[in-house]
Design a protein. Sequence first.
Length: 135
Amino acid sequence: MRTIFGYNSSFKSRVIRIRTLCKWSHVGIVIGDFVLEAQGGVGVVLTPIERFLARYDEVEIRYLKGSVNKVLPLIGKPFDSLGAIGLFMNIPILKSHGAFICSGLVAIAADNIKDYEVSKATPKSIYKLTKIYHQ
């Protein structure tokens, strides 16, 4: 499946990148002309790719072995603000049941991430599992 990584110059993006020691602050899954993502304040949504691209200063599309079918039923679920705080505080047990952060959503779809590792997933850990995407 195609994954898309992005960052911008916003305060939130900078904090995520500093805390996770990663170039990327956000990750989603490309499905046709849309990106399936867990967006702060919004939840799990399908965003038109043009709108996704407009939010970020730089993006990169890569390949990750997995199935988008695992996460399609999660559209409409809330964003996990508690899980995001837990990730920043390095307390992965902080999590809201039935809510998702971007990297956790992608981790669920990934074939090579175990269920107990999902709450620890970051854009950096997802990126490390991807390969260059060739069209």
